[in-house]
Design a protein around this ligand. Structure first.
Ligand code: FES
Ligand SMILES: [Fe+2]
Length: 415
């Protein structure tokens, strides 16, 4: 982690004589501070600026369903600590991961009785369904505190092989309204993915995922792109369709002459020759075959983004998703998933390809380059450039949606 937090550097001692504030434009040369250029803060997008811990009233994926069993599992999402465990009926339940007795995490405990979680310290035992204190092992069956204490419970759903937790008001919205529509339309699919806790605020991860500019340059050295040329630069505009914003490529340039410097291209003799036409599926060229389910959705652009931080990258035969789940102020949960809509023998083909290569090359090394950049990003202040219309449109989408930022003090809430 490189984010610098804590005590600011000591200020220099104030001088006895202070110069009056400068009027008019500051000189560009000479002694004295230059006027700061670029954006000094994110006040143009107030709710986004405040959403350090994400937005409330959304579902967030926190673990693979296969990772959650009877044994309690603790996760932090949007600054809230949640303990997950499977109840008697096999369904996953979520409770606030803090024992009201003395504040020990319930996730360190166990299920002494089916459908409950017992704190490891004094054995306060909570019903997984609803969070009521139903027994206190060290105070006998007639413990008077039973029934008088309840820990907060969280709505939990299982979808796409993932466990999702609702962070927000008590009544959750239907989760299917939030999932990518192509995954709830009834077409069968196979999904492979990985989950990592990564450094950097969730907004840096989200902006990186949707960033028009970086992939061609940062990822040009990735093994995933060994045989495919990445463009040099694109002209792009953003379109909003429903709850998604799409990057739409108007021009794709495979090389460029930089005056006085020379030519730059990512093309090498061993790489596939770039196509002549502009395309909007995938980022390395036109495909011979587009999966019929993907074709049916006629995505206007190959990269799209929706709240609360869901990235969708459409390739000809698969779709890659990234869910950026706030953990704390300076870390997030990266949930990367690749979906293939093939049936029959194509299922086995996809699983073999995923486990044999994609998982390591794409969700590993390629995505690791993003992980590196997200961890070292430090903005604002920032000086944006033309491709950053992708970032500013996303920030505006968040503000226009009216989404409520998660309050920062939730981290300290003890209830
Ligand atoms: S702290 Fe949990 S039972 Fe005492
Ligand atoms: Fe990237």
């Amino acid at each position: 982690m490189t984010a610098e937090t804590g005590t600011p550097a000591a200020e220099p001692a104030a001088s006895a004589v202070q110069a009056p504030p400068a009027k008019g434009p500051l000189p560009r040369t000479g002694i004295g501070p230059a006027r700061p250029r670029g954006r000094q803060d994110w006040s143009s997008w107030p709710s986004y600026d405040s959403a350090v811990l994400g937005f409330r009233n959304f579902w967030y994926p926190v673990a693979w369903a296969s990772q959650v069993a009877r044994a309690p599992l603790g996760v932090t999402v949007c600054g809230e600590r949640v303990v997950l465990a499977r109840g008697k009926d096999g369904r996953v339940r979520g409770l606030h991961d803090r024992c009201p007795h003395r504040g020990v995490p319930l996730s360190l405990g166990k299920q002494e009785f089916p459908g409950t979680v017992s704190c490891p310290y004094h054995g306060w035992t909570f019903d997984l369904e609803g969070g009521r204190l139903c027994a206190v092992i060290t105070d006998g069956p007639d413990s008077p505190v039973c029934g008088k204490v309840t820990v907060r419970s969280y709505p939990v759903e299982e979808r796409l092989g993932l466990v999702w937790v609702w962070i927000g008001d008590p009544d959750p919205a239907p989760i299917d309204q939030q999932l990518p529509e192509e995954l709830t339309a009834g077409d069968p699919f196979t999904l492979g993915g990985r989950i990592d806790i990564r450094g950097g605020n969730w907004r840096f991860a989200c902006e990186n995922g949707y960033d028009e500019g970086h992939a061609k340059y940062l990822h040009r050295t990735s093994l995933w792109r060994t045989f495919k040329t990445m463009p040099t630069w694109n002209l792009t505009h953003i379109e909003k369709h429903g709850r998604w914003i799409y990057r739409v490529q108007d021009e794709v340039h495979w090389e460029a002459d930089f005056p006085g410097l020379g030519t730059w291209t990512n093309y090498r003799w061993w790489k596939k020759k770039p196509p002549k036409e502009t395309f909007n599926i995938g980022n390395t060229g036109k495909a011979k075959r587009i999966d019929p389910v993907i074709a049916k959705h006629a995505f206007p652009g190959f990269a799209s983004l929706s709240l609360p931080g869901v990235l969708r990258i459409v390739y000809p035969t698969f779709i890659h998703y990234e869910f950026y789940v706030p953990v704390n102020t300076d870390s997030h949960r990266y949930v990367g998933a690749m979906v293939n809509f093939g049936t029959g023998w194509r299922v086995a083909e996809f699983i073999a390809k995923y486990l044999g290569g994609i998982r390591w090359l794409f969700h590993g090394q390629f995505s690791g380059q993003d992980k590196w950049m997200v961890d070292v990003t430090d903005a604002p202040p920032e000086r944006l450039y033309r491709p950053d219309v992708s970032l500013t449109t996303w920030r505006k989408l968040c503000v226009d949606s009216g989404a409520l930022p998660q309050p920062l003090d939730v981290v300290d809430q003890k209830a």
